[in-house]
Design a protein. Structure first.
Length: 523
């Protein structure tokens, strides 16, 4: 029954105020802390923390762990509807805990310093998912139960050195806090799940399995916050879907630059595109000291359409959980392509080694890979592949509009410099005097040796008799023209108060594939 149904049956004067129909029903249930063994928690959690221990620490163990006197409380329950009995029964429980445990971590740094650090003022609110599957005819009617943290609404805690101030040791507090959060985020957060067999049987099908590959091109960042007192920040980026060290990718450092250009490609395994996120953190490299966070951003994978490249600028924030800080920390530019397993034939993935292969090359490759692992995720990560795409890029600089005034007489004398970043090939258009809306219509051809890792930079300059001034620039990868073959677009000028540049790009391919394996090579 809905609220409308029940009100149709009962007159208003007899309708009870406590009748509420919500997706998550109210529940008041205390989980007695005595059933949670401190020894069991210690042995399990220490193992998890060791997986995520940062390099700055040599060990991270418990010296004390008691749960205190405040029991966790389940405050809501709901059943997730399923279209098939084969999906089992899925229940979600909302849990709240503002505990007073006594938790002391015995931390040792790489320098041999031992620190007893107390974890205080723990507050947690989250939703746990329980999946009862498979359903069977014998009691208790399900073969196993899987549990996972479906949603982490709040996780607060404070760290304090026993008998001292943790802030006096740079980097330790941030490293421990990040370790704790990452461990919780990755070890039990959905789609990761723990499986508890109830009846004898094989429940391997319930385990987490990869469903696709996410191709990420880290293009550039702009207007980053300067973290250095002298000079500029030396930014690098860390990207991950799951924050395990072996699943985390790190870019190269760009020294003394607040508008870095990386143009680096990374590949990630996806287990559940509907719930997982790509996280990026941008740091300032401080040399021997701990790197300082400039900002972070996150993109839900559900926003990606399989087989379609998404070009996106993400605003960097201080914290993904609590976003009270409105300070501008810069933006980061990404290109993303999600490729679910089993659908590769439905779209073109330019990073796939099969891209632009001739029929002969495909036949040779299929024979060579007969002995490769049948697991698509293992095969994708085990192969060391390098795809080389050659061709001719034709760039037509059509026009610019609404350029800013840079001359004293209220005009500009604009021209465009075209740069292929990897090959460092440079050409330029003619100068158009006293024009804020110039039309060039000039075409330039570039022979590109490695299109997947090449970038086109178009810089708009003002020509003066005694020099020249940069007005703004456009930076683009070749991914879109590789997929579409030809397109025309109007790009805003970065670094300028106004102005747009209209450009036409055309790609003529001349493909060559080189793939290297641990025991063989095809050229």
């Amino acid at each position: 029954m809905t609220v409308k149904d029940s009100k149709a049956i009962l007159p208003a004067e007899f309708y009870p105020a406590w009748v509420v129909f919500t997706q998550r029903q109210k529940l008041s249930f205390l989980l007695c802390s005595t059933i949670l063994s401190s020894a069991l928690i210690r042995s399990n959690v220490e193992t998890v923390l060791e997986q995520y221990r940062p390099a700055i620490l040599s060990s991270l163990k418990f010296s004390k762990l008691t749960l205190g006197t405040v029991a966790p409380q389940f405050t809501g329950v709901s059943i997730v509807e399923s279209e098939s009995e084969a999906d089992g029964v899925t229940m979600e429980l909302e849990m709240q805990w503002d505990g007073n445990p006594n938790v002391v971590l015995d931390v040792k740094t790489r320098l041999g310093v031992g620190l007893p650090i107390q974890v205080k003022n723990i507050g947690f609110t989250g939703v746990f998912r329980l999946i009862f599957k498979p359903l069977v005819d014998e009691f208790p009617c399900f073969g196993a139960v899987s549990y996972s943290l479906r949603e982490k609404k709040k996780l607060d805690f404070t760290l304090k050195i026993v008998g001292g101030d943790i802030s006096t040791i740079p980097g330790i507090s941030d490293a421990i806090e990040e370790t704790i959060r990452d461990a919780i985020e990755d070890s039990i957060t959905w789609p990761v799940r723990k499986i508890v067999p109830i009846l004898p049987g094989d429940y391997s099908e319930l385990e987490l399995k990869p469903t696709g590959i996410l191709e990420v091109k880290l293009v550039q960042a702009k207007d980053l916050t300067n973290k250095d007192m002298v000079g500029k920040s030396d930014p690098f980026a860390v990207l991950f879907i799951r924050p395990l060290p072996e699943k985390t990718k790190t870019s190269k450092n760009i020294n003394n630059q607040l508008n870095p250009i990386w143009n680096e490609h990374f590949e990630f395994v996806v287990e559940d595109a509907s719930t997982q996120h790509l996280t990026i953190r941008v740091f300032d490299d401080e040399g021997v000291q701990a790197s300082e966070l400039i900002g972070c951003a996150q993109l839900p994978l559900r926003d990606l359409k399989p087989g379609k490249v998404k070009d996106v600028w993400l605003k960097l924030v201080k914290d993904l959980e609590v976003q009270r800080d409105t300070k501008n920390r810069g933006q980061v530019h990404l290109e993303l392509l999600y490729c679910p397993f089993g659908t590769e034939s439905n779209f073109v993935n330019p990073f796939n080694p099969d891209y632009s292969l001739t029929s002969l090359e495909k036949a040779l490759k299929s024979r060579t890979l007969d002995t490769e692992d049948s697991d698509p995720a293992k095969t994708a990560t085990k192969k060391k592949k390098e795809v080389i795409v050659r061709g001719v890029l034709s760039v037509t600089v059509i026009s610019a509009e609404d350029l800013p005034v840079v001359d004293l007489l209220g005009k500009a004398d604009p021209f465009v410099v075209l740069i292929m970043k990897k090959s460092q090939t440079r050409v330029k258009t003619r100068v158009l005097n006293e024009n804020l809306n110039p039309i060039w219509n000039q075409t330039f051809d570039f022979v590109v040796e490695d299109a997947l890792h090449e970038m086109l930079i178009l810089e708009v300059w003002d020509h003066d008799t005694f020099g020249k001034d940069k007005i703004g620039r456009v930076i683009t990868t070749l991914t879109r023209v590789l997929l579409e073959g030809e397109f025309q677009d109007c790009f805003p000028l970065d670094g300028a108060i106004s102005g747009r540049l209209t450009v036409h790009l055309k790609w003529t391919p001349q493909p060559i594939l080189r793939e290297s394996y641990s025991d063989k090579a095809i050229i």
